[in-house]
Design a protein around this ligand. Structure first.
Ligand code: DC
Length: 225
């Protein structure tokens, strides 16, 4: 089987997961959401009171929680043991926990190995922060997807509203800026645009326009699809 790998990086709230998921569905590839893995460890640390500044403790926790991924009808579900945590990991306090636990090299090494294994076995659209440069440096297609902080905060507020949570715009915007800072300034694999990644800025785009831009670039680049 000819495996095709599409790597998409970008900051929080750029629409990466929605767009990557739609692109995977349109092109018949498997969508792998790597942020969900860091979120799951963040959730476990948050619930069990594990120190999020202690990389060793987090790496022990990761080996204990039996994180599992399943694809049901094209949607990624993530588990701690038998518990499906796919909804719980979207809570705002877990976003910050994910950003904190993701800074530790011990955590990243283990999760990156898992992500590479997934991409070896099947054709994927994988999104995250370090996919183009570090996880899949040989990916067939590389995209850096971004948008202005204001646009990203607006979208996050709408997303949370759809999930039944009213959020304050200024608070969401401040959280996004703080996470951007953390993700771009950590020592291990900080978020940045890979030199060979194609920039797609979705500021002012509707979701459909963002999806079209990404899907047409993937089609153009990976002619086999
Ligand atoms: O994409 P997301 O918002 O679900 O990611 C949650 C956090 O995980 C984010 O703050 C940064 C981190 N992350 C990472 O460091 N590397 C990845 N490949 C994916 C996410």
């Amino acid at each position: 089987m000819n495996v095709i790998n599409v790597a998409i990086d970008g900051p929080s709230g750029a629409g990466k997961s929605t767009i990557a998921k739609a692109a995977a569905a349109a092109l018949g590839l498997t969508y792998v959401d790597t942020g969900a893995m860091y979120r799951t460890l963040g959730l476990a640390a948050f619930e069990r009171g594990v120190d999020m500044d202690d990389g060793e403790a987090l790496s022990v926790l990761l080996s204990e929680i039996e994180m599992k991924i399943e694809y049901i009808g094209g949607t990624q579900h993530i588990y701690i043991g038998d518990r499906d945590v796919s909804a719980d990991i979207r809570r705002p306090e877990i976003s910050m926990a994910a950003s904190r636990v993701s800074a530790h090299p011990q955590v990243r090494t283990a999760l990156v190995a898992f992500q590479r294994e997934l991409a070896k076995r099947q054709s994927v659209v994988m999104d995250g922060r370090d996919i183009c440069m570090h996880v899949l440096p040989d990916a067939d297609v590389k995209i850096y997807l971004t948008a202005s902080v204001d646009d990203r905060a607006k979208r996050r507020v709408e997303q949370l509203r759809e999930m039944g949570t009213e959020a304050d715009f200024d608070q969401v915007r401040a959280d996004i800026e703080k996470r951007d800072y953390n993700d771009m300034h950590r020592e291990t694999s900080p978020l940045c645009q890979a030199p060979d990644a194609h920039l797609i800025d979705t500021t002012g785009f509707t979701l459909e326009q963002g999806m079209d831009a990404v899907i047409s670039y993937i089609k153009e680049k990976a002619h086999v699809l």
